[in-house]
Structure formats: structure tokens, C-alpha cells
Design a protein around this ligand. Structure first.
Ligand code: MN
Ligand code: MN
Length: 468
């Protein structure tokens, strides 16, 4: 009798078992090998520009070519387009006409960080300091007294570009934002946590040796600018036309005694960038054209020339239509209206330190596979594009046929908060879109956590979706 109940439960319940159970040695070693490659990618891809640059190199090594080099396109062709160095569109041309729709997986390469203001340099207490403006939704106190690396680009009026990367190599110095010692923080500790460290207190410590000529003022700032000038040929005014990002200087590492997780900066959403990219490398002669998008500006609302709202995506599709000889005045709209997309973004994984933020029936757990998020938004699904249940059913079929474990979830408890993704920017173009990604614990912190099992599941899941 008891066995009957067990069998009935197996049949009727959605049991959401751990993905780690009953894996073969072969599967385990595949998962760990993939995670090593992922961590290698993370360590050299901390900004949206580095994501695009490194992803482009991976594409070139795997037979993809810049779409601008192609006169025409045939089924099976593999192309990409780099948009202003900050976002990337990749396509493998399908056997069916483009107007039958595409299979799109879209992730974002930008992550929360500390950007420099355009007039950053000042000196205080004979220390050279930099003013910043944070990027994306961060808990500011988490970004103090950790090693930071400086990445970015300075462009001079003559068009000369200077790329800066300091703090990643073993011999490099790092930077930091100092926080107040507890002994003197009585007043600060009375502030609300969200104001514990305020935006104008996120100033970066840059140097402390004064320039040798003691007849001038601001000698430490002068010394720092002189060092930058000697190395890069830039001056203070050149920072007006710069994009300098400070990101955590530490490396991605295996996390946990069992090596089962990845601890790293920027996994939102570089984890989906890498898995979506690796997935499309395995696509040969798909039925529908497979498209992978690594977009920018997700963390600040999807706008801008490199965000997912940009018309440059339309330009890319037009180029595919033109070069395939399929274009017509209504072709683009047809492509979109027949397309199906995954908004590949992370979700909040259950955190045992803060159980009250989560509703366990509908929360993602690390190690239980890809998330399937029918709707995002906040307070009554506001801002959600919500995936049609028909698409969710199709996605289930694709994942189940590929043996990819998945878990349906939403971000935290109802009315606790919420969040959105680029799903709506694709849905508003006429595509059916569903969110599906990797659970992350400690999202938007300098050191985010994922499960290696889920990272691998994302790779396999996205691959299966492109091929469906
Ligand atoms: Mn994200
Ligand atoms: Mn985010």
C-alpha cells in the first residue's frame, strides 16, 4: 500500500528534485569542465565591452563571420554583428525562411558597478580621490573596502582611443572605496541601511604620493594625473569623454567544499551571456534562424544605442533579410510576429539567510536547474510582458526532450519587491517571450553565487531551444 502512494506521488507531484542527484561520473565531469571554462571567460570579461570582445573572439574561432563581410546569406551560414562595441547579435541562418520566425536567446553583458563621473579627480587629506556614480541597483555598503579594478576607455577629440585595465594582473595595484571604522561610526550606524553608505560617499582612493614640486597645490592629484599621462598620454579633460568602470578585482572561484558553486562578480547576466553563446556554437543548419543577443544597458532600463530597445536590432534583421533575398516592406514585422524568444536572465535563488523574502513554492533554488519565469514585474505583475502559457508549454517540451531540468519561479514574495528584464522589449516587437535563466544568490552584490549544475543546464537548455 505504501509503495502505491509513493508511485502516485511520483506521478502527480511536481517534485523539483536536486539536479545533483544520480548524475553519472561523465555528466559530473562535463558540468565541472564547463564551469571552469565559464570562470575563465568571467575573469577576462568584466565589462560589457570585454564581454563583446571576448565573445567575438570565440565566434571567430568557431567559424562565424562579421555579417558585413557577407554578400548574401544561405541556410547554415553563421554571422554576427557588433553594435558600437557594447552589444552583439549572432545568427545561424535557418533552413526555413526568416519570415517563418526566429529562435532568439537574449542575455545582457552589463552588470552593476561603480562608474566614474566625467570630472572625477580631486584631492582631500593629501589623498587623490575619484568621484563616482554607481551603475544599476546596488546595496552601496557592499562596495566598500573591497579591491576594485579600473576598466574602460578614454577617447580623445582626435578619435584616439585609450583602453585602460588596471587591477586584474597579479602585479597590478588595486583601488578601493573606504568605509568608516566602527569606532567612529556611531552616527552612521543610526542611518537606515539603504543610506548607510551614500552615493557621494562612494569615492575611490587613487594615490597618496605628492608630486615633488612643493610650490604647487594639489600635488597628490597632480602626481596621479602625471602617472596617467606618462602611461596613457591622457589629461584630466580627457575624462570628459571616457567610460571608466570600477569592478571587483577578485577572480571567479569554485565555491563550497564540494566545488559545486561559482562565486564571481557580474554573473547577472554574464552567466546567461556565456551559456547562450556556447549554446549557439553547437547549432548547425537549424530549422528556424537561431539568434543570440548579448545586449547592454539592461541594468539601467534597456535604453540607449546599445540597449535592447535600440532599432539597431531591426537593422540587423533587415540585413539578414536583404542578404537572404527575402526582404519586403512587411517582412520585418512578419519575422518578429512569428519569432519565439527566451529572455535569458538570472533570477533570485533561495537564500537560507533570508527565508522570509521568499515564497518557497515559487522560488528558484540553486541546483534545481534552469528557471522558467512566466512573468516578472512588481506588485500585481506591473511592468510584466507575461509569457503565454502556450509558449511555456513549448519550452517545457524542449527542455524535457533535451533532459534539461527546470523550475518555474518568480522573484521573491508577492509585494516584497520585484524586477524586470528585457522580455518586454522583445514582446513589444511582436515576439512571444519567456524568461529563463540561472538562479543567483546575492544578486547585484560584488560576489554573486550560482550553481555549476544550473550553469550547465542553461547551456544545454538554450542549445535545445535554438535547435527546436
Ligand atoms: Mn539581469
Ligand atoms: Mn540585474
Amino acid at each position: 500500500m505504501s509503495n502505491e502512494g509513493k508511485a502516485l506521488k511520483e506521478k502527480l507531484f511536481n517534485l523539483k528534485k536536486s539536479g545533483w542527484e544520480k548524475l553519472s561520473d561523465e555528466e559530473l565531469s562535463e558540468i565541472f569542465k564547463f564551469a571552469d571554462e565559464y570562470m575563465y571567460y568571467l575573469n577576462s570579461s568584466k565589462t560589457e565591452k570585454e564581454i563583446v570582445q571576448n565573445s567575438k573572439e570565440i565566434l571567430l574561432k568557431n567559424g562565424f563571420v562579421d555579417v558585413e563581410e557577407k554578400e548574401n546569406l544561405q541556410p547554415g551560414d553563421k554571422v554576427f554583428y557588433v553594435n558600437h562595441g557594447r552589444s552583439l547579435y549572432v545568427a545561424v541562418i535557418g533552413e526555413e525562411p526568416l519570415t517563418n520566425g526566429m529562435r532568439v536567446v537574449a542575455a545582457h553583458g552589463d552588470s552593476p558597478r561603480i562608474d566614474l563621473k566625467q570630472n572625477p579627480f580631486y584631492e582631500d587629506g593629501e589623498l587623490a580621490m575619484l568621484k563616482t556614480h554607481y551603475y544599476g541597483g546596488i546595496k552601496k555598503y557592499q562596495w566598500t573596502n573591497i579591491p576594485l579594478a579600473m576598466h574602460g576607455t578614454v577617447v580623445k577629440p582626435n578619435g584616439e582611443k585609450v583602453e585602460i585595465s588596471i587591477g586584474e594582473r597579479e602585479e597590478d595595484p588595486v583601488f578601493t572605496i573606504s568605509d568608516l571604522l566602527p569606532h567612529l561610526a556611531g552616527e552612521q550606524m543610526e542611518r537606515k541601511l539603504k543610506d548607510g553608505v551614500q552615493g557621494e560617499e562612494l569615492n575611490i582612493l587613487m594615490g597618496s604620493i605628492p608630486y615633488e614640486d612643493d610650490t604647487v597645490s594639489e600635488r597628490v592629484k597632480l602626481n596621479v594625473l602625471n602617472l596617467l599621462n606618462e602611461k596613457y598620454g591622457i589629461t584630466e579633460v580627457d575624462f570628459v569623454s571616457s567610460e571608466i568602470e570600477f569592478v571587483p578585482a577578485f577572480k571567479a572561484k569554485s565555491l563550497g567544499l564540494d566545488y559545486s558553486m561559482v562565486g564571481a562578480y557580474g554573473q547577472d547576466d554574464k552567466v546567461c551571456c556565456y551559456t547562450a553563446l556556447r549554446g549557439i556554437l553547437n547549432v548547425e543548419h537549424p530549422r528556424k534562424t537561431a539568434v543570440c543577443i548579448l545586449t547592454d544597458k539592461e541594468e539601467v532600463g534597456f535604453n540607449g544605442v546599445t540597449g535592447m530597445c535600440t532599432m539597431i536590432f531591426e537593422t540587423f534583421i533587415h540585413e539578414l533579410l536583404d542578404k537572404k533575398g527575402e526582404n519586403s516592406p512587411s517582412a520585418l514585422q512578419k519575422v518578429f510576429s512569428k519569432s519565439k524568444a527566451i529572455s535569458a536572465d538570472v533570477d533570485a535563488g533561495y537564500d537560507p539567510n533570508y527565508p522570509s523574502a521568499f515564497e518557497k513554492n515559487n522560488t528558484s533554488f540553486m541546483g534545481k536547474g534552469l528557471t522558467v519565469v512566466k512573468y516578472t514585474g512588481a506588485r500585481g505583475k506591473s511592468g510584466a510582458s507575461e509569457a503565454p502559457c502556450e509558449l511555456v508549454a513549448e519550452l517545457r517540451k524542449i527542455y524535457e526532450n533535451a533532459g534539461v531540468r527546470y523550475q518555474a519561479c518568480e522573484l521573491g514574495k508577492v509585494d516584497k519587491g520585484g524586477g524586470g528584464t528585457i522580455a518586454l522589449t522583445l514582446a513589444n516587437r511582436g515576439m512571444e517571450v519567456v524568461d529563463s535563466g540561472v538562479p543567483v544568490v546575492g544578486m547585484h552584490s560584488p560576489y554573486e553565487i550560482t550553481s555549476k549544475y544550473d550553469v550547465y543546464a542553461a547551456y544545454k537548455g538554450y542549445e535545445a531551444f535554438y535547435k527546436a
